[in-house]
Design a protein around this ligand. Structure first.
Ligand code: ITT
Length: 214
């Protein structure tokens, strides 16, 4: 029997095509209509926060305000222990404002080279938030962390951003060498989104699997 309930509409507060692809893939089975902020002409918001969570909220609030819809924001980045957690929240602008993924990757590789081998532990962090509306005072928060090792020779062509230099010891390859579905199962973003959906379902926020009837 078809599910006759209206799909829950939500806007993804991101302009990063890599993130959008991953989040879109992961949300496919849910009774949810996922819209892109580009279709509402949402302008970029300045990421003035000092934490992932602050920036994720800024993005989601901005998209909710311009679209009039609930919004999901994602702020994420890579932390290198030997660089005291850098680039962290500055991952997207590591090589300067407007830097491309390639520019950022090149700069990070230069930094990793200075770190002795064996001390190159790293992690991806993702903070995801859901705002029911732009003035929602109680955002739903979720966080995922993925541990790995930074390397200096990029490998693989899947994923985006820093994936080619993020070695995943459990799978003996970089995250850019993992099939997308496997990355989504393991990743910081996969963990955060899974947690977010659990919380939304727990508050009966209409996000039930499509297969569920009545
Ligand atoms: P939006 O703000 O529009 O979502 P953005 O790219 O500016 O896009 P962030 O500020 O959250 O997003 O920056 C995330 C940075 O971390 C960016 O440089 C990404 O390439 C990198 N990053 C995040 N998740 C990643 C992943 O799964 N694989 C590789 N790099 C990742």
């Amino acid at each position: 029997m078809a599910d006759s309930r209206q799909a829950h509409r939500v806007v993804l507060a991101s302009s990063n095509t890599g993130k959008l692809r991953e989040i879109g893939d992961m949300l496919k089975g849910l009774h949810m209509e996922v819209l892109l902020q580009a279709q509402f002409h949402v302008p970029e918001v300045e990421e003035t926060g000092l934490t992932f969570v602050e920036n994720a909220i800024l993005k989601a609030r901005n998209a909710a305000r311009y679209s009039g819809l609930p919004a999901i924001g994602d702020d994420s980045g890579i932390e290198i222990d030997a660089l005291e957690g850098k680039p962290g929240i500055y991952s997207a602008r590591y090589a300067g404002t407007g830097a491309s993924d390639e520019d950022n990757l090149r700069k990070l590789i230069g930094e990793i080279r200075q770190i002795p081998e064996g001390k190159r532990s790293a992690r991806f962090v993702c903070c995801m938030v859901y705002l029911r509306h732009a003035d929602d005072p109680d955002p739903v928060l979720a966080r995922g962390v993925w541990e790995g090792v930074a390397i200096t020779e990029p490998r693989g062509s899947n994923g985006f951003g820093y994936d080619p230099v993020f070695y995943v010891p459990t799978h003996h390859c970089t995250s850019a060498e993992l099939p997308p579905a496997v990355k989504n199962q393991l990743s910081h973003r996969g963990q955060a989104l899974g947690q977010l959906m659990e919380k939304l379902q727990a508050e009966d926020s209409v996000m039930h699997p499509v297969t569920q009837t009545g």
